[in-house]
Write a protein that binds this ligand. Structure first.
Ligand SMILES: [Ca+2]
Ligand SMILES: [Ca+2]
Length: 235
């Protein structure tokens, strides 16, 4: 759901008054250095400090893609009205986590993967979890559009794909795999006549597991059916 190339963890700004300076005119000069970290072949993290005198600090920072996170620091010395001050700005930038193989990034929405191997709802849920994600939870029309695009790329899939909601606990009360009520997710467009808990009786549980159709409408299916499924990877 989050679209960002990095996360700013820490930004600190320090302004230090240094020695008085007699000049009246303002003069500025800048120096930048950066600290990058990487894990080496023995599994240890190590850091490298690079100092750059008099360069464009932002341009240098943008070029550094050497580690899982990057700490940038810049200095700016300012002489103005008889006073000299030193500004220090630091920022740690952490790239977003990467999902397992087969996940595709949809700009502004997130990572998704459609599995064409047919599985029961419970097995599908476990597969998504094993990949670090969860069965798809729709929170918007934009996210439902992603499901439609995934279907369009796998035209061999007919029918539905399991996603992350069910009413296994209480018949007719649909909750997501995260335990939140389906009606609070932001997307509840059921297909015509759905949910119908088809076949449900005192001796048959009917349909308790959530799915999505090619037109992005929802349907309840028997949990034991084996159908494709869609996983979502949260950033
Ligand atoms: Ca049901
Ligand atoms: Ca149904």
């Amino acid at each position: 759901m989050v679209n960002c190339n990095y996360v700013v963890l820490v930004i600190s700004y320090i302004l230090l008054n240094v020695h008085p300076f007699k000049a009246n005119a303002c003069q500025e000069s800048s120096t930048s250095f950066s600290i990058s970290t990487q894990r080496n072949i023995t599994g240890h993290w190590y850091s490298e400090v690079v100092m750059d005198l008099g360069s464009d600090e932002e341009t240098d920072e943008d070029k550094k893609q050497t580690g899982p996170w990057n700490l940038g620091m810049s200095f700016r010395r300012k002489r103005c009205d008889g006073k000299e001050s030193l500004s220090i700005v630091t920022a740690i930038r952490v790239p977003p986590p990467k999902p397992g193989p087969g996940y595709e990034y949809f700009a502004g929405v997130g990572y998704y993967k459609i599995h064409t191997t047919l599985k029961t709802w419970s097995d599908a849920r476990k597969t998504c979890a094993d990949e670090g994600g969860h069965l798809l939870i729709l929170n918007s029309d934009a996210e439902a559009s992603v499901a439609k695009q995934l279907f369009s790329r796998h035209k061999q899939i007919s029918g539905w794909a399991f996603i992350g909601f069910h009413d296994k606990t209480t018949e007719g009360t649909y909750i997501t795999v995260n335990g939140e009520p389906l009606q609070t997710t932001g997307y509840t467009k059921w297909g015509k006549g759905q949910p119908d808990n088809a076949g449900g009786s005192k001796t048959n549980e009917g349909e308790d597991c959530g799915s999505i159709a090619h037109d992005s409408t929802l349907n309840d299916l028997p949990c034991g059916f084996k159908v494709p499924f869609i996983c979502e990877y949260d950033l």
